[in-house]
Design a protein. Structure first.
Length: 458
């Protein structure tokens, strides 16, 4: 496919304004350029998010992000990390890293287990995107993508017994680009790759570095326009949550309720939900039961974790626990809920730029012994395009996997609590999403706690 119409010299795309057709007798190059320009004008990232989402965002006073600034900032962040690690380029295969570098999407969930899309970001040269069969047009809206090529699929579904051969072809093409722009003995980052690809790259004299480290650190600090996008994603998620809570009634299944979050997300231009975490009554303890066909009963707790990738590909990761029906909670339910709120609110007050992860872990409000066995996996974690660096565990888990670091302004973190007695009947899951500012923190989500479970409503 001719890619001369890609890259930084391409004219600005106007949403939904179609180019003039060159005529049925036009040559291959002209028709290809027309097809790409038409697809670009109709790209989902160019068209926007529709009347429902835009009206809700307008009512909340949520300004739109400048996506060109987002794309420029993200590419700058990648190159800053390449410089910090003395690297010349990054080969990105993780779909979220490809999205971060190119702001293009294609079958995001499918490509998590079929490695057909990848990108090469060079320190001082081009950004080259590689896409699925006949999908080159999906990156044409981003002028920072200098070239788009047909990807080489070497996962077994596509390549079968030719996997090793095609892995070599994949590496040969990338190595040619790297040698041309970075030199013959370049040090490069690779985020996710099977051993055949690693060996083939090393066979070209390349030195490989952990690209996951590079990208997690790059993604950890958000620019103001990314925060604008996240605010809108959170608002879309919370609107869907309101639809869920309004619909919650005895006799509906967990699946019925969970489907409303998915539907509300998609209707507002969201993308997918990472998990399936909604449970009711006795299924709330222990945590991590996935939604089921169980019918929710009056007087039961219903707990869920959104883990929602919404508009702009930004994650809204908050948790709530509700009481089903019109009755009043039991003393046990109120006690569990109050304990979770107290833990989260106390730990939120610890958030500040410069705070070390070790201090967050070891100084955080903990849980009584009877609840320790069911403690959540982390007290705090980062969030952006998904759950991201850092992860801060309970002090009891620090030796097994904790690591130190520092909160920086522009990071977004979630504060978690799961409270369920070991061997108990029910549990409560809560989670808040917050921006680290220059002076402290700002809560990004606005969905209220449950008044009945807090004893504020009779």
């Amino acid at each position: 496919m001719n890619t001369e119409h890609f890259g930084r010299h391409r004219r600005k795309i106007m949403p939904a304004i179609l180019p003039d057709h060159p005529g049925e007798t036009a040559g291959y190059e002209a028709l290809s350029a027309y097809a790409t320009e038409k697809a670009s004008a109709l790209n989902r990232h160019v068209l926007g998010y529709g009347e429902l989402a835009e009206a809700e965002w307008s009512a909340l006073g949520l300004a739109a992000p400048d996506l060109e600034r987002v794309r420029e900032y993200r590419l700058q962040r990648i190159r800053q990390q390449l410089t910090a690690f003395d690297l010349s380029a990054a080969i990105l295969c993780d779909p979220l890293n490809v999205r971060y570098a190119t702001d293009s999407t294609n079958m995001q969930v499918w490509s998590t287990h079929n490695a057909v899309r990848y990108a090469l970001v060079t320190l001082d040269g081009p950004v080259v995107a590689f896409d699925f069969h006949n999908c080159e047009h999906l990156s044409a809206h981003n002028y920072l993508v200098d070239e788009v090529r047909h990807g080489v699929p070497w996962f077994y579904f596509e390549s079968g017994p030719r996997s090793a051969e095609l892995a070599q072809k994949w590496a040969d093409e990338l190595a040619d680009l790297i040698h041309a722009y970075c030199g013959p003995k370049a040090r490069i980052a690779v985020d996710k790759c099977r051993r055949e690809g690693i060996a083939a790259l090393q066979g070209h004299g390349l030195t490989l570095h952990d690209g996951e480290e590079v990208m997690e650190l790059a993604r950890s600090v958000k620019c103001p326009d990314e925060i604008k996008a996240m605010r809108r994603s959170i608002a879309a998620c919370e609107a869907a949550m309101r639809e869920m809570e309004d619909a919650l009634k005895p006799g509906m299944t967990e699946w019925d309720l969970w489907a409303l979050l998915h539907a509300g997300n998609i209707r507002r231009g969201g993308e997918w939900i990472e998990t399936h975490l909604l449970s009711s009554g006795p299924r709330t303890n222990p945590w991590f039961q996935e939604a089921s066909a169980r019918e929710i009963q009056a007087g039961e707790l219903v707990a869920f974790d959104t883990d929602l990738v919404g508009p702009y590909g930004m994650c809204c990761d908050i948790s709530r626990t509700w009481l089903c029906g019109d009755g009043q909670p039991t003393n046990e339910q109120r006690s569990l809920y109050q304990m979770a709120v107290d833990q989260i609110e106390a730990n939120i007050e610890m958030l500040a730029p410069g705070r070390r992860f070790f201090d967050l872990s070891h100084s955080a409000k903990n849980l009584p012994d009877a609840y320790q066995a069911n403690r959540y996996s982390v007290l705090f974690h980062g969030v952006g395009l998904c759950d991201e660096y850092p992860a801060v565990p309970y002090p009891a888990d620090w030796a097994n996997g904790g690591y130190d670091g520092v909160l920086d302004p522009g990071m977004v973190v979630c504060v978690e609590s799961y409270v369920g007695r070991n061997g108990g009947h029910e549990g409560v899951k809560l989670e808040e999403q917050l921006l680290i500012t220059e002076t402290g923190y700002e809560r990004l989500n606005t969905y209220p706690y449950d008044d009945r479970l807090l004893g504020r409503q009779s």
